[in-house]
Design a protein around this ligand. Sequence first.
Ligand code: DGJ
Length: 730
Amino acid sequence: MSITVTEKERFFSLKTANSEYQMQADSYGVLKHLWYGKIVHQNMGYLLEYPDVGFAGNLYEAGNQRTYSLNTMPLEYAGAGVGDFRICAASAVHADGSRALDLRYERYTIRKGKYNIPGLPAVYASDNEAETLEITLRDTASSLSVTLRYGVLPELDIITRSVLFQNNGTTPIVLQKAASLCLDLPQGGSWDWIHFHGRHAMERLTERTALMHGIQESSSTRGTSSHQQNPSVILCEPDCTENSGACIGAFLLYSGSFQTQIEVDQLRQTRLVMGLHPDLFQWTLQPNDTFATPEAVLSYSSNGLAQLSHHFHQVIREHICRGTYQLAERPILINSWEAAYFDFDDQKLLKIAKEAAAIGVDMLVLDDGWFGKRDDDCSGLGDWFVNEKKLNGSLCHLVEQVRAMGLKFGIWFEPEMVSEDSDLYRAHPEWSIQIPGRKPTRSRYQLLLDLSRSDVQDYLYERISAILKEADISYIKWDMNRSICDWYTTLLPADQQGELPHRYILGLYALLERLTTDFPEVLFEGCSGGGGRFDAGMLYYCPQIWCSDNTDAINRLSIQYGSSFFYPISTVGSHVSVCPNHQTGRVTPFWTRGDVALAGSFGYEMDLNKISDEEKEMVKEQVAAMHTYYDLTHEGLYYRLTGLKKQDFMAWEFVAKDQSRALLTIVKTDAEGNMLPVHTKVCGLAENKLYRCSLDGEIRSGRTWNCAGLTLHQVLKEYESIRVEFTEVE
Ligand code: DGJ
């Protein structure tokens, strides 16, 4: 039993292999958070302090007890407007206009298996792998109930959370904030927080700073999870490293606007609240209506960040990603974008395909430009009809020729968009998101379709499925190239317009669910100008996401480093492209570009007819390496060997689950005269096994390699890389 309850004390403990999570409802029905950390086997309520702090409101029922204040105690799910002045988890407007939410314990249930959330992505698990705890709280003065749902996956050290609101009364209630997660860390002490920021073509850069008093935030108001911030966060002890120290991580299964806030209060207590961004959220609950929040996923590690990442990699790969390609070997693809942009015809594509087939690539992906009137990015979006003039024939004919060469075929869509210069827009201007009386904001010259509308979803389903049926297509790249604003839908009344941002995402998920269910053999790859919607919500439908539009191997090191804290390698689309690199102008060795792309779902983004014979030989080697190392890179454990501190190289390692071998990659990022040798850590080898190192054939115990690391005696020039293998010796 991973969930235990002491009924009399209303004490709840959730245990995983290496963590324990505790809460308790006190005599006033206030549900307090007591602990999230190592397994302790005792009620940690003794840690709570009840100071008499000036200007902290006291609960009326507590009479003259000045020490009982919602403002000073760790709460499991903080209501609003009743004396806790920290960030709230939820707020609502009642029929009389009041905004208070005073949540008290009512009941609980426990059941085998993991709850799901209809219409939203969620961690899934069998009845033997998970348990669910539901604790229902009720507002003291209204008929709103708030059910906190916890899914416990003990073997994975994972706890999931989602909240279900229900209006049990007779008048509407308007939710204004409905966070998925509220976590109060009462242990005092100080924490660092790690979050992932960036911009288009430079996503998920890692920032670690000490928490300060007050509120710090990482969020998106762009209608997507965004390039700029990621819906994931880590709190760690200041001395926490990759291999030691305590840390807690959380991510959201959500692809729209979100907000992660962390508040350090006057007593140095830390509160983390994560969920839908309240500025872009509102939901009217009519009598008997329910509203379920997106899911948040939590994990704790007492052994540093690497172990925390391993927990997240496993839950995302095995309990969030789905479908035929969830665990199957991904095809090595060659994408036409950087090879041809909009300038292609059937002959150009077939020439690329021919070279690709000869070299061992598995799939040709035809990117933007194959439909409607689309020779640049100013027109055509929405008109998902094949441009047979450009392809000199039908799509089916082209695909047949590609398949005859032994390659599969994939195709690009940007379903959520519409160009004003398109037949779709001319026929259905009301399908686009724009506010009556205002000029819409254009971005990349395009507008958004209102995905909350079922007629829009039906149109897109019909068009995409028609293309999938017309030709033998094995893959879809699902792109999305702008942020969303001008929120307005013709379908909702004025007082419910605030629901559109969430309804848009629900519509997107409904469409993706329909397509992935009806076309289970098609591999969907997510994309939003690269990694602008790189989140676990999208991974529920698309087991890989184009990580960044930036294919520069050196920039990719930072982007893939940041991505690796939460997202497993199999989810990270990563391609070798030509040099000078199209985004940065940098020239890096072909070999290095391959090594960096091998730390992802591998492919190419170039015209293979334009590379040298020597480079073609390297492509063959890289393709072979991708197959040789596949079980390591996709199924093994991933270790970051270098960190945030600026070093003159970056290194990472994959260790097979049975610890029989490992692959370590080093990239020299900075060169100097009279260069010092690279010395790197080695991690995760079995202490009592012997391993041969591929560099010099030296055999040493895993313990020695783990303790002493590896010194490279050869000098790497700037941007050169090297792969080092460790193989168990019987
Ligand atoms: C943005 C994507 O990230 C690129 O890879 C490419 O598909 C373009 N869109 C096409 O417009």
